[in-house]
Design a protein around this ligand. Structure first.
Ligand code: ADP
Ligand code: MG
Length: 259
């Protein structure tokens, strides 16, 4: 258990999991815009930073929402390194700069991405990831699009060459909805875990405006959300047995079935 400062300690008596000793790079993706990629990426980065972990936040979205969040972040908050590769590119640096290498050497690297048309658009980022997180909103349209995206991703040639544990999180859920049952069945058939459910809370919107994670807000200590983040972290930090079996059928709950 690592301390997470005052906010976390009061939010829940439950401990956060121990962190895996090696670097973990967490790619947050979904073909849909507005499903919570940036919210998830920034909150996860803030959580790691508050655990005194060397954390980087990579913003692949030219809209720059994660970068803006980081810019708004108060200096008194635990530091997060930010890097926006598209900025580097537009400044004429086509290769990775020193700053970028530094960000990628952080112990935890959270990677935010733009909405894209298909899973194959994400191919160029797959090489940067050890875990993939897919936020999905609880509407039929979003669930169908999410399922299609996951299906495409599992069939992607690059993904099949180097499968990466992926998980889905439900975002902006107002109550226990039945809409997710279909998605859950689909995910179970692919052996993809449904790791956490985040509620629709104004706190996320307020935190986004000031560069905070939800738990850094004075009134952001929400027990249920804390438990959701604990489950998410437990999955991200789990032992990487599956990767050891790369190229073979997934043999534990971390990995999807790609056959
Ligand atoms: N769990 C949540 N509760 C309330 N608002 C949320 C939640 N998740 C995201 N939002 C809000 O929804 C909007 C879109 O979220 P965002 O993270 O920017 O999506 P994406 O990066 O996938 O486009 C933002 O205004 C964000 O503050
Ligand atoms: Mg975004």
């Amino acid at each position: 258990m690592k301390p997470i400062g005052d906010a976390g300690a009061r939010a829940s008596p439950r401990s956060l999991p121990d962190l895996a000793p090696e670097q973990r790079r967490i790619l947050v993706v979904n073909a849909k815009g507005g499903c919570g990629k940036t919210t998830l990426a920034t909150n996860l980065a803030a959580l790691y930073a508050s655990m005194a972990v060397d954390t980087a936040l990579v913003d692949h979205d030219p809209q720059g929402s994660s970068s803006q969040w980081l810019k708004a972040r108060d200096e008194s908050r635990p530091a997060i390194q930010g890097i926006a590769p598209w900025k580097e590119a537009s400044a004429g640096h086509t290769t990775r700069t020193f700053q970028m290498r530094l960000a990628f050497s952080a112990r935890r690297v959270v990677i935010d991405t733009p909405a894209a048309l298909s899973a194959s658009d994400f191919g160029r980022w797959l090489g940067e990831a050890d875990r993939i997180l897919i936020p999905v909103l609880p509407s039929s349209i979003d669930i169908k699009a999410g399922a299609r995206f996951i299906g495409d991703l599992l069939l992607d040639r690059q993904y099949r060459q180097r499968p990466i544990p992926l998980a889905v999180v439900a975002n902006r859920v107002r109550r226990n909805t039945v809409v997710f049952q279909k998605l859950e069945r689909f995910l179970r058939s692919l052996r993809i875990p449904f790791v956490a459910t985040f509620r629709d809370l104004q706190g996320y919107v307020r935190a986004a405006e000031v560069g905070d994670g939800l738990f850094e807000l004075p009134r952001g200590r929400d027990q249920q959300e804390w438990e959701a983040f604990t489950r998410l972290l437990t999955w991200v930090e789990a032992t990487d047995r599956w990767r050891g079996a790369r190229g073979t059928t997934a043999s534990d709950s971390l990995g999807p079935s790609v056959s």
